[in-house]
Design a protein around this ligand. Structure first.
Ligand code: SF4
Length: 619
């Protein structure tokens, strides 16, 4: 056995040591993959002199090793605490420790030249650049962009359309984070998409993996008639903060931030890890410590896939405090989020473990100031949302102009439609477009006289501005045509379901139907009036695509996690069963004003199920 001791005594600087540790760890991973003994010390399993190959001991063991210089050192220090406690980092944390994903440009480029897709944990690391290798669903990359607040310019939409046409499938999908995805990108073209996006002023860095995802805001920010404050500037400020702080990447797990300004369309901020909700303190309720004005209520811990909403912390912030406080919260999460178990690595679990007060105390240390707590009853209620305000024409706060909410069935846009929408925004608006979390798109600043022309222009490209209650609230995740996690073709089946229901039932109240392909819950099935979670269902000797059906979910003032009513229903039976559920609602609701959510929530779930099953056959 050969042991080489390289330590500070050997004259290496701290930085050189750090580099060598990184080198040895990288070599260890490569050797481990090939089944060879590792080189480094005990934390990597071979510092015990058992004769299984050479050992290079560099300073202290990796469990207590100094972190590399630079802002990302806080991640290493967090990992070191788990190692020092004798715990094992999960494979994703080990991969991030060995290779900083932000420094992979040359590797991504070289792989593109060789037409190679990533393998193993590199699939995760590529997502730091917005590149998702989605095999086996598609042997291709999906590229997810970052569009803060969902706001972009017509020229950017044309550029994204051209990239999708040249290097992808010729279409984009609007996501539930008011964002766009390009699909079907070949290995050789990944680099062209990344450079093309950057050239048109769009970045994709951090849109996937363990990062802060696209920062959302109220989609009508700046032109909403009832908003308390514009939130788009805050979403952009947060976005640029993230882009310019390396330590904001590589969190224990993904992280969501949203700003709601009290407008007609909800930003769904209570489904985010950090939700900022605008509230007003009026003159009547103002105090010496809390002058009248607009504040943001800080809410934490939303993750509806784990059946939790962001809850108010009692902290009220001035608008200019939001971004620095969010950064402090992220730093606390970096330091204390779980690095050993991916299922427990979300902010919710730190909050569950500590409680809000301890978490806020730690945040105050990072923020270096106290966070002002104020009784919630000093704030007036948020103005109500209009569940149909994301479709159709609506007056803006600027006189004589409208925005139009364009209906995009399950969020898909073709190359031609993207170009045509950009042209409409230029010709009839100010060249601005907004995406919403409802997977559709708004074009603002349309003059009264131009409304009919815009309608004709939308019809000409096969799009609509009106939607039935079913279609307006239809949300579907990617599904198994593009995501390997999905148990069903959510987008395709959402359209079949919508067509079936539209032909057979008329709803006079909004009813949101959310279809999600797996428990990751990208389409947030637990907050839909009707939520469908895909699963495989045994039918005879076959396993077919199907869904667990939930009812009664909601968000905002009406927030509630939906309850399962029918588990494991094969998709062929889903449309007639959903129709029966809706029929029971229409027949038995207390009044025409009663919402679907209110009706289903006041029923015992077993009794509701019985009502649906006993309904006379619908012909
Ligand atoms: Fe994929 Fe699951 Fe997200 Fe659907 S919910 S897009 S199946 S990860």
């Amino acid at each position: 056995m050969t042991t080489t001791n390289v330590s500070t005594d050997a004259g290496f600087t701290k930085q050189q040591q750090s580099y060598l540790q990184g080198f040895v760890m990288g070599a260890d991973v490569a050797r481990a993959v090939r089944g060879l003994p590792v080189l480094s010390g005990s934390a990597h399993g071979n510092g015990n002199g058992n004769g299984r190959g050479a050992t290079i001991q560099i300073g202290p063991s990796p469990a207590t090793e100094p972190s590399p210089a630079g802002p990302e050192s806080i991640h290493f220090e967090a990992q070191n605490r788990f190692l020092a406690a004798g715990k094992k980092l999960c494979p994703e944390e080990q991969a991030k420790r060995v290779k900083n994903p932000l420094d992979m440009w040359d590797e991504i480029r070289a792989n593109a030249v060789q037409e190679k897709y990533p393998k193993g944990t590199d699939v995760l690391l590529y997502k730091f650049h917005g590149l998702f290798y989605v095999a086996p669903a598609q042997n291709a990359f999906m590229c997810r962009l970052r569009i803060p607040g969902g706001a972009f310019k017509s020229q950017q939409l044309r550029s994204v359309a051209d990239l999708a046409q040249a290097y992808g499938g010729g279409y984009t999908d609007v996501t539930t984070r008011a964002n766009l995805q390009i699909r079907e990108i070949a290995a050789k073209d990944a680099i062209h998409v990344l450079t093309g996006l950057q050239e048109c002023g769009i970045v994709s860095r951090g849109s996937g993996a363990d990062n802060i995802r696209n920062v959302t805001a109220s989609p009508t920010s700046g032109f909403d008639r009832q908003e308390l404050i514009e939130t788009l500037p805050l979403a952009k400020e947060m976005h640029h903060y993230i882009l310019n702080h390396r330590e904001m990447y590589g969190l224990p797990r993904k992280f969501n931030i949203a700003f709601d300004g009290g407008g007609t369309i909800s930003a769904l901020e209570d489904t985010n890890d950090i939700g900022f909700t605008a509230v007003e303190v009026t003159n009547e309720k103002a105090t010496g410590d809390l002058p009248a004005g607009i504040y943001f209520q800080l809410c934490l811990g939303g993750i509806t896939g784990h059946k939790d909403f962001a809850r108010p912390t009692g902290v009220l912030l001035k608008p200019e405090q939001c971004v620095p406080v969010a950064a402090a919260i992220v730093r606390v999460f970096i330091a204390h989020g779980d690095r050993t178990d991916r299922h427990k690595a979300r902010l919710k679990y730190v909050l569950d473990d500590w409680g809000f007060e301890k978490f806020l105390t730690e945040t105050e240390k990072e923020y270096a100031k106290s966070l002002p707590r104020s009784p919630l009853d000093l704030c007036s209620q948020r103005p109500p949302v209009d569940r149909q305000a994301h479709v159709d024409f609506h007056l803006q706060k600027q006189s004589g102009v409208h925005y139009v909410g364009v209906v995009l069935p399950v969020g898909r846009l073709s190359f031609d439609q993207m170009h045509a929408l950009a042209d409409i925004a230029d010709r009839f608006g100010r060249g601005e477009l907004r995406l919403t979390v409802w997977q559709n798109l708004l074009i603002p600043h349309i003059a009264e006289n131009d409304v009919d022309d815009v309608k004709h222009a939308l019809e000409a490209i096969g799009l609509d501005w009106q939607a039935t209650s079913v279609r307006a609230g239809l949300v579907a995740c990617t599904g198994n045509t593009g995501c390997k996690f999905s148990a069903a073709n959510t987008k395709g089946q959402a359209m079949i379901l919508a067509r079936y229901l539209e032909a057979r039932i008329t709803l006079d109240q909004p009813v949101n139907i959310h279809l999600t392909g797996c428990p990751h819950s990208c389409a947030q099935h637990y907050i839909g009036d009707i939520g469908l979670l895909a699963t495989k269902v045994e039918v005879g000797e076959d396993m077919v695509e199907g869904y667990h059906i939930h009812v009664g979910g909601g968000y905002g003032d009406d927030r509630e996690i939906g309850r399962e009513i029918f588990p494991s229903v094969g998709f062929d039976d889903v449309p007639p069963l959903v129709e029966r559920i809706l029929q029971v609602y229409l027949e038995r609701r207390a009044s025409p004003e009663e919402s679907f959510a209110s009706f289903t929530r006041r029923q015992d779930i077993a009794q509701l199920k019985e009502m649906v099953e006993q309904l006379e056959p619908i012909v």
